[in-house]
Design a binder for this molecule. Structure first.
Ligand code: ZN
Length: 168
């Protein structure tokens, strides 16, 4: 069995504050917010730099992703029960059954997920981070990336996936 190294990043600044509500057919949460905390765990072999991956790069790229969510209302663009119109006239309207929310467009982050659960946000951040690392040729020695998203202390969801060799 090959020995593996791992690195874990859970910095104070990998936080975002956002409003959201979970909705599916027959159920909608009231609009509310969380102070989310994101953690990144990476497994891999040791590169010739002595690192699995550059900590600084992970922190920088993850911070860019969470900054786009910070102080926004997260609307799941692929929802199967919300009707999203806009942006038009600087506004986005979100309808659920016979209810309607209207937001200033700049307050909304439309995220390509079905539900704004911590689980789906973790998978979204995983995809964004993995693509950003790959674009910088930084995945070469990485075998697994895991993203945790906590909605509050002691309550987190994790998305973990292997990076197949052909996708590094
Ligand atoms: Zn919530």
């Amino acid at each position: 069995m090959t020995a593996k190294f791992s690195v874990h990043v859970a910095k104070e600044n990998l936080k975002f504050s956002a409003a959201h509500f979970i909705a599916y057919a027959g159920f909608r949460e009231p609009l509310h917010g969380h102070n989310y905390q994101v953690g990144v765990y990476v497994e891999g072999g040791l590169a010739n730099t002595g690192y699995v991956i550059d900590f600084g790069l992970i922190k920088k790229l993850t911070k860019e992703i969470v900054d786009r969510l910070d102080e926004h209302t997260i609307i799941p663009a692929d929802s199967d029960c919300l009707t999203i119109d806009g942006p038009a006239d600087g506004r986005i309207s979100v309808r659920y059954e016979n209810e309607e929310f209207v937001f200033p467009a700049s307050d909304v982050c439309l995220v390509p997920i079905v539900h704004s659960s911590a689980e789906e946000l973790a998978r979204y951040i995983w995809n964004q981070l993995t693509n950003a690392l790959k674009a910088r040729d930084a995945l070469t020695d990485v075998t697994v990336i895991e993203i945790s998203v906590a909605e509050g202390p002691g309550q987190s969801a994790i998305y973990r996936s292997e990076i197949p060799p052909q996708e590094r």
